[in-house]
Structure formats: C-alpha cells, structure tokens
Design a protein around this ligand. Structure first.
Ligand code: NAD
Ligand code: ZN
Length: 247
C-alpha cells in the first residue's frame, strides 16, 4: 500500500473506532538521537550487549561494571529531547483520540512531550531508589555520585546501593505492566504500534489483545500480517501527518 493511502486508512480507522491506544518502542526515540537495539547498522545490540553491562545480575554481582559502563547509556538517554512524533501523540491525546499509551522506553520523552495517560512499563530515568530502605532519589543524584567516582552510588540514610528505577534484564515486570495489559484487554479495539520490533516479551504479546492494529515501523515486524494498516515510515513524519488529518 502506498504511504499516503496508508496514512489515510489509519486516520479512517481511528475515526471509526472513536480513538485508539498506542504502544511505542525504541524506534520512537531514534529521531531524538537515542539508538534503538535492533535497527540494522545503527542498533545498539550490534555494538554492545546491554545484558553484559546493564542487567539486574550485573548490578548485583559487579556494580562497578554496571555503573562504569552500562550506566553511561542511561545517562545519555536521560539527556535527550522529545521529537515531533512524541508531540504528535500528545496532540492526539489532547484531541480525545488517544486513550492511553504503553511505552517500553525508559527515556521519559512521552511524559516530557505532554502525554498524560502513560504506562512506562520498563520504568523511567527520573528517579532511582535505595536497594535497602527503598527511599526514592532524583536520578540526578545517582549521576552526580557516579560522576564524582563514588561508585556504586549509595543511600545517604542506610548506605545501601542505589539503582535506577528502570526494568533491567532479569527484573520482574512492574505492577504497571499488568494494569496496562488489563486495560487493553478490556477496552482496546484499536492499537497503534510505533517504533517497536515487537520481539521483547512480555510487551510483544500486547498486540494480540487488540481487535485492530496499525503499525508504524521502518522494518517489518512479526505482526505486519495481522495488521489492518502498516506504515513503513519514520514515526516523526507519520504521526505528524496522522495528527494533521485528524485535527
Ligand atoms: P527495538 O530496537 O527492538 O526495535 C525498534 C524498531 O524501531 C526497529 O524495528 C526499527 O526498524 C524501528 N525504527 C527505528 N527508528 C524508527 C523511526 N524513526 N520510525 C519508525 N521506526 C523506527 O525496540 P523495542 O521493540 O522498543 O525493544 C527494545 C527494548 O529496549 C525495549 O524493551 C526498550 O525498553 C529498550 N530500549 C529503550 C530505549 C529508549 O528508552 N529510548 C532505547 C533502546 C532500547
Ligand atoms: Zn537507603
């Protein structure tokens, strides 16, 4: 299907269903300068294996490696800015068309762009917490300690190690994920997936809960065959055009 035709069909589906839920992945934020994991040539996985430097196991067994190597990626992600795709989704929510957004991204850019009903199911980089007394700290406190070579960063109350509030490989999924899944199960006629390869479980199971599917992704995904519309374009452009068709 030609691109313009696909965008028109997506807009039509959104009107017919009186709105949609969104599911976003790392491809949503590549236009903000954050590498995704799986894009050919530029994907992070081809350069460093995040499991080897930033998994829950590494955090506990080798905090020095986690904070000296893996943590750098989190610091870079935390400094990015929203792009037109993030703003377009916030605009679609303002129009009353986007009912909620599930994101795998930890960059917090949907919240920064003004989206309100957001389930950040892999956590975010606004805060960290103490592994001992569970106190919350601004993420900047962790960054500051690491920059001052106080590695690992420690809680000022109980001296236990601090960790970023993100879901690391090997962590359990948070309550938020199950809440998002339940909402989709009850209420999702139409799901718009943007910038996800849909291979990371359990999030990759969520599209099954929707009756209809729109996919915006540069590369093919395993769900393309089940989708009503597939848009092979960058999220920034496709979502901006979708918003202007629906305004
Ligand atoms: P992924 O890397 O597996 O897939 C990203 C997909 O987006 C690819 O198929 C790619 O073709 C596509 N893509 C890249 N740029 C695009 C663009 N501008 N427009 C449209 N499509 C584009 O990402 P995933 O499915 O989210 O899984 C990766 C996991 O890694 C997630 O769990 C996520 O938590 C984490 N992650 C997060 C960030 C972030 O917070 N920004 C960055 C990297 C990885
Ligand atoms: Zn503590």
């Amino acid at each position: 299907m030609e691109y313009q035709e696909a965008i028109k069909q997506a807009a039509q589906l959104i009107k017919v269903h009186n709105g949609f839920y969104a599911l976003t992945g790392a491809g949503m934020s590549t236009e903000s300068g954050i590498p995704d994991f799986r894009s050919p040539g530029t994907g992070l996985w081809e350069k460093i294996d995040p499991i080897a430097t930033s998994s829950a196991e590494v955090l506990h067994r080798n905090p020095k490696l986690f904070y000296e190597v893996g943590f750098t990626r989190f610091v870079n992600i935390s400094r990015a800015e929203p792009n037109p795709g993030h703003y377009a989704l916030a605009g679609l929510e303002d129009l009353g068309l986007m009912k909620g957004l599930v994101t795998q991204n930890i960059d917090g850019l949907h919240v920064r762009a003004g989206s309100k009903k957001v389930w950040e199911v892999h956590g975010h980089l606004r805060t960290g917490s103490c592994l001992g007394c569970k106190r919350r700290y601004p993420f900047a406190v962790l960054v500051q300690q690491v920059e001052q070579k106080s590695i690992p960063p420690l809680c000022e109350h109980c001296s236990s190690m601090l960790r970023p509030d993100v879901v690391l490989f090997g962590d359990q999924m948070p309550r938020l994920f199950f809440e998002a899944r339940e909402t989709l199960q009850k209420d999702c006629d139409l799901l718009l997936v943007a910038g996800s390869s849909l291979v990371v479980y359990p999030v990759a199971d969520l599209p099954r809960l929707a009756k209809h599917l729109i996919i915006i992704n540069l590369e093919p995904t395993a769900y393309d065959i089940e989708a009503d519309v597939v848009i092979r374009e960058k999220c920034g452009q496709a979502l901006t055009e979708l918003l202007s068709l629906l305004k």
